[in-house]
Design a protein around this ligand. Structure first.
Ligand code: FAD
Length: 458
């Protein structure tokens, strides 16, 4: 019998496995795909470096950075170029830069004078009324504190960029818990943000957050972890059933038509919510899981488009452009990938990564590459002044891309916590539990490994 079996070889499962392996535990990671890392995967083609899923990792926790150092990835880290700090939002069909100083905020055409005057009143607005409680949506909160225009031209595109989601459906406490704390503890977003900054400075904990990638793309991280884990990672292995036995877990998976079985004291579940629900579990686990609501997982298409630089009039001096749902654009946005990091496109060429789909367009799951290309070009050509056809096209489609932390997430998480309380050797993690960004998934893996270690010490 092994110490642990980890279901799912995404970044959370790999991080958990690596931590447990370092502590000398015997484990297996079972992953259905041919490669590790879930959507974190990079390819090089015709001189372009294409990120099929995530494009950047926000380093916001020193532990994640120390993990990269320990893995020997420090000298491959690339920080986003300084000129990529600028962000654009579509307004009236034009890309408008997001203000980054008080002076720019006064001058920006992104918001009307009335909306700008309204922002000044934010610190004096009253706190949430009780009846809205912890189920308040992001949209309701932002409208209440900052007004409709801020929701439409700042938060809505931001939520599309991060969640491919809809602020009217995401619950603030689940999707952005820090923000709720600003209002609860300080009565205002502005006062809360300033207080956090002061506290971090006082505690000397002013860790400098930054967005990074690696010279060979983000895929280098799961690839390195998987290499360190060696034959503990079972690829092309689809978990089908989990049986709770008296003193261990029995896991069954299929690999190339053959059934395999493993037994372990701890079970770490790092799968998306829908995959957890699909497994054949022992009934005392299956029943609560079936009763828990489904988390929406909208599709996202990532369409990499390469152009000769002279085909694009826009300076591409930024991170990218996001499209608010109020605008007639269909795309969610486009990253200026070759401006973000060096060596993403051949000399004198540019790479744009266009995102299409999300909760705004669930029907896009069935769109062909031809149709997606047509959508992308009809939006991007007038927006960025592009002429002619792309020299390079690569499509990566994620039919169930990102879990949405809607009202359903509260009872989903409670169900998992209830099961963990009942069965202390069962641990749930990953982006359907601990936060949807790559950094959160890494920290989730760390948390699960620590839980196992703690349980072993009791
Ligand atoms: C298009 C896209 C763009 C993104 N952009 C960013 C970004 O720029 N920055 C950022 O921080 N985050 C981004 N994210 C989110 C980030 O990719 C995730 O937070 C992170 O990869 C989640 O890791 P995980 O381990 O929790 O889950 P996953 O990576 O989903 O891992 C779960 C694993 O379980 C496997 N699996 C499923 N069912 C079974 C089964 N039955 N048996 C065995 N294995 C199974 C899957 O194949 C998968 O590998 C993006 C995501 C997508 C899809």
């Amino acid at each position: 019998m092994q110490d642990a079996i980890i279901l799912g070889g995404g970044i959370s499962g790999l991080t958990a496995g690596y931590q447990l392996q370092k502590r000398g535990l015997d484990l297996s990671i079972i992953e259905k795909n041919v490669g590790p890392g879930g959507p974190i995967s990079t390819l090089r083609s015709q001189g372009y470096l294409v990120e099929r899923g995530p494009n950047s990792l926000l380093l916001s926790d020193p532990w994640v950075e120390s993990l990269l150092n320990e893995l020997g990835l420090a000298d491959q880290v690339l920080e986003t170029r300084p000129q990529a700090k600028k962000r654009y939002i579509v307004k009236n069909g034009r890309p408008v830069s997001v203000p980054s100083s008080p002076l720019q905020a006064i001058a920006t055409p992104l918001f009307s004078l009335r909306a700008k005057l309204g922002f000044l009143g934010e610190p004096f607005r009253s706190r949430i009324s009780d009846q809205r409680g912890d189920a308040e949506t992001v949209a309701s909160f932002v409208r209440r504190r900052m007004g409709q225009e801020f929701l439409d031209y700042a938060i809505d595109p931001f939520v599309s960029g991060v969640y491919a989601g809809d602020p009217k459906q995401l619950v603030l406490d689940y999707a952005f818990p820090l923000i709720r704390g600003f209002e609860r503890d300080h009565g205002s977003l502005v006062r809360g943000a300033l207080a956090l900054k002061r506290r971090r400075k006082r505690e000397g904990a002013a860790y400098k957050k930054r967005s990074i990638s690696f010279r060979e793309g983000l895929g280098a991280l799961p690839a390195t972890l998987a290499r360190k884990l060696g034959n503990r990672v079972w690829l092309e292995s689809k978990v089908v059933a989990v049986n709770r036995m008296e003193d261990c877990w029995q896991v069954t998976w299929k690999r190339q038509g053959e059934n395999f079985e493993g037994f372990a004291r701890h079970l770490l579940v790092c799968l998306p919510a829908y995959a957890i629900k699909r497994l054949a579990w022992t009934s005392d686990i299956a029943n609560p899981l079936q009763e828990a609501p489904d988390l929406p997982f909208p599709p996202v298409h990532s369409l990499a488009l390469g152009f000769r630089r002279e085909q694009i009039e826009h300076p591409l001096d930024g991170f990218g452009v996001l499209a608010p749902s109020k605008e007639p654009t269909t795309i969610l946005g486009a990253l200026f990938s070759s401006s973000l990091f060096p060596d993403r496109a051949p000399d004198q060429h540019a790479l744009l990564t266009t995102m299409i789909g999300g909760i705004r367009q669930p029907e896009s799951a069935s769109f062909s590459q031809e149709k997606l290309l047509e959508i992308a070009l009809s939006d991007l050509k007038p927006l960025l002044g592009i002429s002619g056809d792309p020299a390079f096209v690569h499509l990566s489609s994620w039919p169930r891309a990102i879990p949405q932390y809607t009202a359903a997430y509260g009872s989903w998480r409670n169900t998992l916590h209830g099961l963990e309380d009942e069965f202390p050797s069962l641990h749930f993690g990953g982006s359907s539990v601990d936060g949807i960004a790559m950094g959160a998934a890494i920290l989730s893996g760390k948390r699960l490994a620590a839980n196992v270690e703690e349980a072993n010490q009791v």
